[in-house]
Design a protein around this ligand. Structure first.
Ligand SMILES: CC(C)(COP(=O)(O)OP(=O)(O)OC[C@H]1O[C@@H](n2cnc3c(N)ncnc32)[C@H](O)[C@@H]1OP(=O)(O)O)[C@@H](O)C(=O)NCCC(=O)NCCS
Length: 386
């Protein structure tokens, strides 16, 4: 390990390498980044949470903790100069009317300890990562490589763009929590709460995925450029809920963990799945709608019914937010129909375009595979976050 009194290597040193961490080094890197991300948890509970998330289906086999180290240091005693995690995910790619099952990686937990910052370690890590990630864990994929990878920047739009992760649409709408007695606008009786198994049934079923394939296929025939989507499989939702359930168990031990995971309206065939995010301060608590599912209306009348049902669903989400002391209900990249539904509840509500945090970013390497320079990201919703 580099001694504290020895000068650190420069970020462009030929001796630096990016390697997967050993299990012990992974724990060390979690301890280091706890300063930034443990929130209201103590360090041991934060490590426990990270291990709990790691054990979920979404991440069990696909998560890699990467560390930037000096290659002259012995494994097991290496100084972690910077670190990040990558999560392998299933995705769909459509190009010229053909849909392929592909895989990608999401990048998260990008970190450099405060005393090592500004020396170019995160930059070096991303230079190294962009060379490795496309083929990492891709041996069994039909093309042998990922055609794109994603991340969600909390440090604005330019840092990651210099390595190819370009900012995509990063907007949201928010509504405040509403007390139980709050006025209902829209027919609240027609909504039904969704438990985990209902989310699997209504939001992650085969026909929803088949529809997504058709949509991507269709779009790729109508316009040039590739279309991609992260498959919104049930594992994604379970991973998000593992987080909220862990927080709730530890921070609210006298309360049963939250079991209502979304809401829907069977007549209008619109459903959403949500997740409670417990932040460092109460005002950071947000009930995020992870994903919306509905069919496009075929008439003005159908549209009216759908928008009303969406509004009732949002009202239900606002009540759930109040119930769990969440500061807001938020959902990403609202469609025009969802914008109409929000406006029914709050005529002043605006679409917010984020400039700094949770910037959806994507690095496209499909051009090298003859798939063109342009790519469109379908279902750029909160469930994809990692
Ligand atoms: C972001 C972080 C990983 C950068 O690590 P680093 O090793 O100091 O970065 P480098 O020395 O390679 O590069 C520095 C560049 O980082 C960028 N940067 C760092 N922090 C930033 C911030 N909060 N907002 C915007 N850009 C930032 C700047 O572009 C800076 O460029 P400059 O040197 O021209 O000012 C580190 O500051 C960190 O761990 N922060 C806390 C956790 C975090 O926010 N992670 C990112 C989550 S998306």
């Amino acid at each position: 390990m580099i001694a504290a009194n020895v000068s650190l290597p420069p970020g462009d040193s030929p001796d630096l390498i990016l390697v997967p961490a050993t299990p012990e080094e992974r724990i060390t890197s979690i301890k280091l980044n706890s300063v930034a991300w443990k929130g209201p948890l103590d360090i041991d509970t934060y490590i426990e949470r990270e291990n709990h998330l790691f054990a979920q289906n979404l991440t069990r086999d696909g998560l890699t903790c990467w560390i930037l180290v000096d290659k002259s240091e012995p494994e097991g005693d290496r100084t972690i100069l910077s670190s990040c995690e990558t999560y392998k995910k299933k995705a769909l790619l459509a190009h010229g009317g053909r849909v392929e099952d592909v895989s990608t990686h999401g990048i998260g937990s990008v970190y450099c300890r405060p005393e090592f910052r500004g020396k170019g370690y995160a930059k070096r890590m991303f230079e190294e990562l962009s060379g490795k990630l496309d083929t990492w864990k891709m041996e069994k994929e039909s093309r042998g490589k990922a055609l794109f990878t994603i991340l969600f920047s909390d440090i604005g739009k330019s840092f990651y763009a210099q390595f190819g992760w370009k900012p995509f649409l990063s907007s949201h709408m928010a509504l405040p929590p509403l007390s139980i007695g709050g006025q209902s606008n829209g027919n609240a009786n027609s909504t039904r709460d969704l438990y985990a198994e209902d989310v699997e049934k209504f939001i992650c079923n085969e026909s929803v995925t088949a529809k997504l394939r058709d949509q991507l296929c269709d779009a790729s025939q109508k316009t040039t450029g590739s279309k991609i989507a992260i498959i919104p499989d049930f594992d994604h939702f379970v991973w998000h809920w593992a987080r909220e359930e862990f927080f709730s168990k530890n921070l609210l031990p006298h309360r049963s963990p939250p079991v209502i995971k979304g809401t829907g309206n069977d007549e209008a065939r619109v459903y959403c799945a949500w997740n409670r995010n417990f932040g460092e301060e109460p005002e950071d608590n947000v009930l995020y709608i992870l994903r919306w599912v509905y069919d496009d209306p075929q008439s003005a009348e159908e549209e009216q019914t759908l928008v009303q049902a969406m509004a009732a669903i949002l009202r239900r989400a606002q009540r759930e937010a109040h119930e769990w002391n969440m500061h807001a209900v938020e959902f990403w990249n609202p469609t025009p129909l969802l914008q109409k539904a929000v406006k029914m509840l709050d005529s002043d509500a605006q679409v917010v375009h984020r400039e700094k945090s949770s910037i959806s970013s994507l690095r496209w390497t499909g051009a090298q595979q003859g798939l063109g320079d342009d790519v469109e990201w379908f279902l750029n919703e909160k469930y994809t976050w990692c």
